[in-house]
Design a protein around this ligand. Sequence first.
Ligand SMILES: Nc1ncnc2c1ncn2[C@@H]1O[C@H](COP(=O)(O)OP(=O)(O)OP(=O)(O)O)[C@@H](O)[C@H]1O
Ligand SMILES: [Mg+2]
Length: 240
Amino acid sequence: MSAPLLTVDDVYAGYQDFDILKGVSLVVHPGEIVCVIGPNGAGKSTVFKAIYGFVSVRLGTVHFDGHEITNARPQDVLSAGISIVPQLRSVFPQMTVMENLEMGMYLEDDQSRIHQRIQYIFELFPRLAERRSQMAGTMSGGEQRMLEIGRALMLEPKIVMMDEPSAGLSPLITRMIFENIRRLNSEIGLTVLMIEQNARQGLEASHRGYVLELGRNAYEGEAQALLDNRDVRRAFLGGH
Ligand SMILES: Nc1ncnc2c1ncn2[C@@H]1O[C@H](COP(=O)(O)OP(=O)(O)OP(=O)(O)O)[C@@H](O)[C@H]1O
Ligand SMILES: [Mg+2]
């Protein structure tokens, strides 16, 4: 397999003086969809914050695309090619779909380039094109999620990190979001690192997965192997 795009190596990080992550490691290769699962409070979102420079890494390293980015500033992580779709809804509700997409490139001065990217996102998500002038806050939950993903793609990232893309969505819309992630992965080779509370479906949409527990790696492997693992099923997938 090719060299990893993103490598988190034995990271300790937390809030104030207290470590939440106590040695978390993961890798994502180019073209992969990787899913992180685990109980509430396991530290999944904190891993994303540690990668993104929102919490400081006390020990361990983060490498991306051949460079060390441990404790880099969020804007530098973004310009290195990592975009993030956060756990909480983040569309600008009083702005249109177009304006929300423009915000994904708010530092770009070249209007034609912005326009070109928006056209590209509209090709990927025809639903967003149909609703280009609609206020984002009036769109359905699934459409807002698609808009957030579209906005995250504006800067042509090398990887998109999504924190619970299915949060708050119905089972039908959840399936649609995962189908879109799979489609982007196969059509444009999009590399995805996602966190999912919806563990079974998240793994089903992914190539590989990690189970975090109490700020540490508990299990990792091919997504199908995790889905088949009796201990993982019993403890994390509500299975038998
Ligand atoms: N800003 C903060 N200050 C102090 N503690 C925090 C802060 N954010 C999170 N924590 C704590 O860190 C731990 C891990 O939180 P985190 O959000 O990473 O969990 P998670 O695995 O993403 O959970 P969930 O599935 O509920 O989203 C929790 O105990 C949480 O209370
Ligand atoms: Mg979380």
